[in-house]
Design a protein around this ligand. Sequence first.
Ligand SMILES: CC(C)(COP(=O)(O)OP(=O)(O)OC[C@H]1O[C@@H](n2cnc3c(N)ncnc32)[C@H](O)[C@@H]1OP(=O)(O)O)[C@@H](O)C(=O)NCCC(=O)NCCSC(=O)CC(=O)CCCCCCCCCCCCC(=O)O
Ligand SMILES: NC(=O)C1=CN([C@@H]2O[C@H](COP(=O)(O)OP(=O)(O)OC[C@H]3O[C@@H](n4cnc5c(N)ncnc54)[C@H](O)[C@@H]3O)[C@@H](O)[C@H]2O)C=CC1
Length: 726
Amino acid sequence: MAQYTSASTALAVIRLRNPPVNALSLPVLQALEDGLKRADADPSVKAIMICGENGKFSAGADIQGFSLPKTRGISLGHFVSLIERCEKPVVAAIEGVALGGGLEVALGCHYRVAHVKARMGLPEVTIGLLPGGEGTQRLPRLIGVPAALDIITTGRHIPATEALKLGLVDEVVEENTIEAAIRLANKVIGQPLEPRRLSLRPVPKLPNMEAFLSEALVKLKKQARRYLAPELCFQAVRAATELPFADGVRKERELFNVLLTSGQAQALQYAFFAERAVQKWTTPHGSSWQNASPQPIHKAAVIGLGTMGRGIVTSLVKASIPVVALEQNLEYLNTGRKAVMLLLEREAMKMEQGAQTLDFHNPARLQFTVDFDALRDVDLVIEAVFENMPLKKEIFQKLSRICKPAAFLCTNTSALNIDEIASATSRPQQVVGTHFFSPAHIMRLLEIIYGHHTSPTAIATAVQLGKVLKKVGVVVGNCFGFAGNRMMFPYVEQAVFLLEEGSRPEAVDQVLEDFGFKIGPFRMSDLAGLDVAWRSRKGRGLAGDSVPPGTPARQRHGRRYSPLPDLLCENGRFGQKTGKGWYQYEKAGGRTAKPDPWLHNVLTQYRDTHHIKTRFIDQEEILERCLFSLINEGFDILAEGIASGPEHLDVIYIHGYGWPKHRGGPMFYASTVGLPRVLAKLQRYSEAHPDVPALRPSTFLKKLVAVGNPPLKEWMSYLSRPSNKL
Ligand SMILES: CC(C)(COP(=O)(O)OP(=O)(O)OC[C@H]1O[C@@H](n2cnc3c(N)ncnc32)[C@H](O)[C@@H]1OP(=O)(O)O)[C@@H](O)C(=O)NCCC(=O)NCCSC(=O)CC(=O)CCCCCCCCCCCCC(=O)O
Ligand SMILES: NC(=O)C1=CN([C@@H]2O[C@H](COP(=O)(O)OP(=O)(O)OC[C@H]3O[C@@H](n4cnc5c(N)ncnc54)[C@H](O)[C@@H]3O)[C@@H](O)[C@H]2O)C=CC1
């Protein structure tokens, strides 16, 4: 757990050892303490070096262990103080990562040497905590309040070169970190240790400390949206500026304990492991990450340079994958090219700040064309043309003729049937859905959809592509809307029904934004463009001329339907792009949503026309109808085997739909609300709205309640035979 050796008679080495990331479990910490005591007691030892096994210092405290009762009352600070108080110089040799408790251990050391590729940080805030090993008190003393506050409240990882500039490390080396640390240890033997003990240093003063802190707090609160940890991190750092070290540590401990037992910390830690769990994908047919190998992608193509295609091209270029970008004609190609270049220039500027470069002017790396023949030698194509099945089939038929046999054919459809698209090709095993989210170069989610014939290799290749593009890939089965959009439909549908019954877009959005969503459903629809869904509804015979004559205005196929979104589109209100949608904007393309009296009047008239009695709808009903209908769909998706587990749906929602991470995702949220309560509420709403199938409780949800509301990690075991629709 921590190996004690000697590098020479004078130097003791304590190597943290807990694969894969040397997390600080109790045994590791105890072995560290034993090592320190042994080195202290040995008169031949003149200096101590602490490093990590396998090129990683430590990723911090063992997150799995936080919730265990035996960890309560254990203070990481005790171990860090032991290091700092040591009478012999202690040098940290930082390779790989020194994160969280790992960095706090290094801060206890008297000297720090880092490899140039090492990353450091205090990411506790991202798992709902604050650095609980005295890091909030030592870091400001070492690098000053502004830099410490930034690192602690954002949790960002900082590269070694930045750490050196900040004074966080004493030396950065390109070669052997251990040897460099040994050299430094030998050099400092006999030098006074008092100035190296951070707890004894004052926090560097700022001329305007109070003003700086007040401004920082306002900014934090604005961004936090009910997310507790950043503000408590702030309070701990402020304590460092106001209190002696020991009192600051007591304050840190007190704040840490508030967070440790919070639901938010549990949700964020669940999300941390969920993100890792989804990488281990499986399908109901038995293929999985363990038995499928990805193929290398040396060159890719993107078809269609609209909203999505431009972002996808940008992502590929950023990942250094040569791309051929294809449009339907020269006019669209020129527009697309300009848009892509603009995105790439912005990305290049961002990257330059981090001392990286982006080469996109070289035609061998990025080629624009209208000629399908240019796709002959690509390894993978991502189609991102209009959401129209005949068009997509035409394109896939062409691709199947032109591309080399081994090329993978991906579609970025939002909802269409992957099998039907694949049926247009002679190689359905190579066809896979790669559903990016807008803006595609920024959003981290990549939904990967396998069809009936998709080969395990094609899935593995899409997953690998996601990793290369720095996305979170989630593998799901094929159904209308896949997992994410399928759950989104009832959510948006409820939001619109609530308007019919008496609410307003701004009221509905406010409730969901207060819950923690970045934007509510109406602001989101305006941003995405109302015409996109309208086109899809027309294509499915729900709106426009294809609706059979005599169909009741508010009913389709025997279920409730709201023509309100169609009405907006018929009036040319497509959202931000036209300056009007559910809200009004300052101009076409404007971003600031203002409630629109026009819409309020339309709603009043609409209710009169359809004899809907307006009623006051409270926040609880808004929240529950929107969220519980979405969650209900999630249970159906799990029961059908479309997603392999609730974690998959949660990761999709966190990374693709702006679900507040500190609430752990919709399925996790349902587990915290309690499934019996979710069921009871759905039953009540369903009785009130019998023509809304989305409110009818899922059979799987009912089963889970009947078996006693088991914990989320056991849900899937109650599905007797995971079946897939395919
Ligand atoms: C480190 C990373 C940047 C690595 O990324 P990557 O290479 O992409 O690999 P991953 O797939 O992410 O990770 C590989 C593997 O490791 C697991 N893992 C990673 N980090 C941890 C961790 N800290 N704890 C447990 N497990 C971890 C990960 O799940 C993967 O496993 P797999 O899924 O099975 O494959 C990246 O992983 C990363 O960013 N990690 C998180 C870093 C982080 O957030 N650190 C902060 C933790 S909080 C903290 O350190 C300090 C505090 O202030 C808390 C004080 C607590 C005081 C309590 C006393 C401590 C007592 C410990 C109790 C132990 C109980 C016991 O002994 O049983
Ligand atoms: N807009 C969004 O937020 C999201 C859209 N999607 C899906 O991505 C796909 C593309 O959507 P958007 O980018 O929004 O559409 P868009 O309308 O912005 O762009 C589509 C592009 O495809 C081009 N195109 C059409 N026919 C072509 C052909 N035969 N050959 C080459 N190019 C052709 C068009 O010229 C246009 O530039 C759709 O399937 C959509 O459902 C998926 C996720 C999110």
